[in-house]
Design a protein around this ligand. Structure first.
Ligand code: S3P
Length: 438
């Protein structure tokens, strides 16, 4: 089993280039595949999750070249050009891939089976299967979990769907199915979620009607291929924002070309509320016009515990493992609430994070929808990431200033979103060793 072994040494400053955004890389592949024409994607995230999406599209007859690891050329087959795959499509660890493909494949003229790894086979799929069934799709789950058997139905019909949970994956699945469904498909969000699908559909020439909490697409609109420049992933940059706070006086850490879509920037607000000295400068012309990008500069900061505003939860949904660690390193208590969704991620992130923090001597109180975390720092010890990439990376950053060495077990899945994480952490002075036979 792969492990990270971190011996305390505070991070230094420096400049980093974080890898491409995972959510946007998935969408660029999917929309490029069903577009008319050739889509060239630059800044693509060459992580296992997005490569699972790429392989699934190839299995359905889409020609895809990768002249460089982060450049991908997709020969679009048009809205109706996908072909039946020879076998089940393996989504690996990726909930995004599985849920977006469920929407894309519900309205095809062929059947598909979607499967995945142990973690993905535990994740709830009723949240996409149920609204898609209302559109006329036939999707079988195993007690709400994958594998999904999708019996393609080329005559789906649009629905007007109030989403019970704020989920960009569900919203995106329904919009993709909506391209194949008669009439109009509308989704109402209980809270704003990442809108990369809406932005990229618009970029590809699809009329997306957005008003307040509602987004709609009408059927049968063809997509026109376009170049996609994927910005750096703020969810990956977030780890180094905390690292920059932990640097000794004088350290300055900078990351340019990072995606700053306002539906993703909750982590900047949370860290700034805790006292992080983060400067945000918007950059122009670095990426597709559809996604804002900028440069982040972080300086050493003293963090204080806060009550995390629940309305920021969907805007920072993937960054909570890091917020738990920041809370443990802060002075005073931090209360996280309204975050029940964390239990349905690559692991139950509330339970796995609190187990890890307890193992490092932090006083925590578990709540159904969050936690109360006492600050004061991390002790030495061993934590298990539960096979969750973001848990592993969050503990690795925190461990750099622990009171002794920390081993983080089960870290192989870091390759799903940030294959180069260990090297980048080492580059800014974190004393991290990757142990592959532990
Ligand atoms: C994602 C949406 C979020 C997020 C996930 C990526 C996406 O999931 O946690 O990592 O790309 O649409 P939910 O839609 O389940 O909140």
């Amino acid at each position: 089993m792969t492990a990270f072994v971190v011996t305390p040494r505070a991070p230094a400053g420096g400049r980093l280039q974080v890898p491409g955004d995972k959510s946007i890389s998935h969408r660029a592949l999917l929309l490029g595949a069903i577009a008319d024409g050739t889509t060239t994607i630059s800044g693509f995230l060459a992580g296992e999750d997005c490569l699972a999406t790429l392989a699934a599209l190839q299995a359905m007859g889409v020609q895809i070249q990768r002249p460089e690891p982060t450049t991908v050329v997709v020969e679009g087959v048009g809205l109706r050009g996908l072909q039946a795959p020879a076998g089940a499509l393996d989504m690996g660890n990726s909930g995004t891939a599985m849920r977006l493909f469920a929407g894309l494949l519900a309205g095809q003229a062929f059947d598909t089976e979607l499967t995945g790894d142990e973690s993905l086979l535990r994740r709830p799929m009723g949240r996409v299967a149920k609204p898609l069934a209302q559109m006329g799709a036939s999707i079988t789950t195993v007690n709400d979990r994958p594998p999904l058997i999708i019996r393609g139905n080329p005559s789906l019909h649009g629905i007007d769907y109030p989403m019970p949970v704020a989920s960009a994956q569900v919203k995106s699945a329904l919009l993709l199915a909506g391209l194949y469904a008669g009439g109009e498909t509308c989704v109402h969000e209980p809270a704003p979620t990442r809108d990369h699908t809406e932005r990229m559909l618009t970029q590809f020439g699809v009329a997306v009607n957005r008003a307040e909490d509602r987004v709609c697409v009408a059927s049968g609109q063809s997509l026109q291929a376009d170049a996609i420049a994927v910005p750096g992933d703020l969810s990956s940059a977030a780890f180094f924002l905390l690292a920059g706070c932990l640097a000794p006086a004088g350290g300055v850490l900078q990351m340019a070309g990072v995606g700053l879509n306002p539906t993703r920037t909750g982590i900047l607000q949370i860290l700034q509320m805790m006292g992080a000295d983060i400067q945000v400068e918007q950059q122009a012309g670095q990426t597709s016009h559809a996604e804002p990008v900028g440069r982040l500069t972080v300086r050493p900061s003293t963090l204080a515990g806060i009550e995390v505003p629940p309305e920021l939860v969907p805007l920072a949904i993937d960054e909570f493992p890091l917020v738990f660690v920041a809370a443990a390193l802060a002075q005073g208590e931090t209360l996280i609430s309204g975050a029940e969704e964390l239990r349905h991620k690559e692991s139950d992130r509330i339970s796995v994070m609190l187990d890890g923090l307890r193992a490092l001597g932090v006083a925590v109180e578990e709540r159904p929808d969050g936690a109360l975390i006492a600050g004061g720092g991390l002790g030495p010890g061993q934590v298990n990431s539960g096979g969750d990439h973001r848990v592993a990376m969050a503990f690795a950053i925190g461990a750099s200033v622990a009171r002794g060495p920390v081993s983080i077990l089960d870290t192989a899945n870091v390759a799903t979103s940030f294959p180069d994480f260990a090297r980048q952490a080492q580059d800014i002075g974190i004393n991290l060793r990757v142990n592959t036979d532990d």
